[in-house]
Design a protein. Structure first.
Length: 64
């Protein structure tokens, strides 16, 4: 199962707090070890982990 993390602060510029977001996202490593991504602007920081599932036939399926 994929996982999502994030935080917002509309009173402070959080664009330089990527390390906090990366640490939060690392706690989700078992939920989606295949790929990750980040979105950060002045007041919002979001991260995700993606899990690729292989069905019994062998086809890979990505769930977002």
């Amino acid at each position: 199962m994929c996982g999502f993390v994030g935080f917002a602060n509309f009173k402070k510029d959080i664009s330089r707090d990527k390390i906090i977001l990366e640490n939060m996202n690392n706690t989700l490593s078992k939920r989606g070890p295949d790929e990750d991504g980040y979105y950060i602007d002045d007041h919002v920081a979001l991260g995700h982990k993606r899990l690729i599932v292989v069905d019994p036939v062998g086809r890979k399926t990505t769930y977002d």
